[in-house]
Write a protein that binds this ligand. Structure first.
Ligand code: ZN
Length: 92
């Protein structure tokens, strides 16, 4: 379940920007595994995975990261995952 896995990460949260309709765009980065996610504070949709520069990752990777608990450490496979960017654009 999403909330359960979400809580296993040790996130630092940073506000990227703000819009009246969607609220704050928040970037979550985990201190332990280094995975990063993004979500809007006012929109009830799942977070999505991003790379180190905030670009949206492919939906299959995003879904897998959200379905997993925190790995607890950095791993090389995540670097491979980060090369698969979403084809539907980097923002919004
Ligand atoms: Zn983590």
């Amino acid at each position: 379940m999403l909330e359960t896995n979400w809580a296993t990460h040790d996130f630092t949260v940073k506000m990227l920007d703000w819009s009246a309709s969607r609220g704050s765009r928040l970037a979550y980065s985990c201190r332990r595994c280094g995975r990063k996610f993004c979500r809007f504070s006012l929109v009830s949709r799942d977070p999505w995975a991003i790379d180190g520069e905030g670009r949206r990752l492919d939906i299959t990777i995003s879904n897998r990261w959200l379905a997993e608990a925190c790995p607890g450490s950095f791993n090389a496979r995540d670097d491979e995952d980060r090369k698969h960017l979403s084809k539907s654009g980097s923002h919004s």
